[in-house]
Design a protein. Structure first.
Ligand SMILES: [Zn+2]
Length: 280
């Protein structure tokens, strides 16, 4: 009787969790067994909010190792609008210009969100409004890179617009979506929803902590991402030195972990999934 009771509670808990995360409509994809070069793990380095320190510090550091990354651009920022040519060149050199909305709306109702203004309050958005904003960014970025597919990063990691999970309203607009996972252990298992790509969000994080995350990805043969903001400046920053030390470590371990943009990793995942389907 006690076991049945606990099982019932567990079922309720799981159904509550899937409702909260939108995972009940999950379109899962299997993780590849191996990545280009034979690596068993993969990572995407992602940089949010179109910040000047990313232009000054992240782009040259990535270039030193020829790593390709994803820059989640918010259009209504000077780092984007004053530097269109730099982003155009970044795309030409292989970086992904990811979608991070026009105005960076976030849920003002969450704790610590006093800074969210009414015009950027995701709690006051409709599903149509957030979808329209994401469409507008796709159109603007297409003028820079000529591409029609790109990934998205949830602003502030929020999934709710007007209190409703907006994942399914934008699923057809983007190739996948990166979350901001509070749980750095949040490693992907065999299958996952492309609209819930987990990430280690860093802020004043040491190179050693970031390297420990990379080591976990390698030991679990899985895929992860890191969410950067400022690099040696701006907000939520990590130092230029710690960022460089992470890139050096990734470079030394290229045979173990593959580094590429979110879009390129998603293309590899889809390609391997369709190949597996055609074999079965
Ligand atoms: Zn952001």
């Amino acid at each position: 009787m006690r076991i049945i009771h606990l099982g019932f509670i567990f079922t309720l808990f799981i159904s509550a969790c899937t409702k909260m995360t939108g995972m009940d409509k999950m379109q899962s994809e299997p993780l590849p067994q191996s990545w280009p070069g034979g690596a068993k793990a993969a990572i995407a380095l992602t940089y949010d909010d179109s910040l000047i320190s990313q232009i000054n510090n992240a782009l040259p550091a990535l270039k030193a190792h020829e790593f390709k990354a994803t820059f989640y651009l918010t259009l209504d920022t000077p780092g984007y609008s004053d530097h269109l040519e730099i982003w155009r060149r970044a795309a030409k050199s292989g970086h992904e210009l990811g979608n991070h909305t026009v105005s960076h709306p976030c849920q003002a109702s969450l704790s610590g969100r006093e800074w969210v203004t009414k015009d950027k309050d995701l709690d006051l958005y409709s599903l149509d409004r957030i979808a329209a904003e994401i469409k507008a960014v796709n159109k603007a970025l297409n003028r820079l890179d000529g591409l029609t597919e790109r990934s998205y990063a949830y602003t502030c990691g929020d999934f709710l617009a007007g209190g409703v999970d907006y994942t399914d309203s934008i699923r057809s607009l983007v190739s996948g979506a990166r979350t901001v996972n509070d749980d750095p252990q949040g490693l992907l298992k065999e299958k996952f929803d492309l609209m819930r790509i987990p990430s280690l969000a860093v802020n004043e994080t040491s190179a050693n902590s970031m390297i420990a995350y990379v080591d976990r990805l390698i030991s679990q043969s899985t895929l992860g991402t890191i969410t950067f903001h400022g690099i040696g400046g701006d907000h939520l920053s990590v130092s230029h030195e710690d960022h460089k030390a992470l890139l050096d470590y990734l470079n030394e371990n290229r045979d173990l972990i593959y580094v590429d943009s979110v879009q390129n990793l998603l293309e590899i995942i889809r390609e391997q999934a369709s190949r597996a389907d055609s074999i079965h």
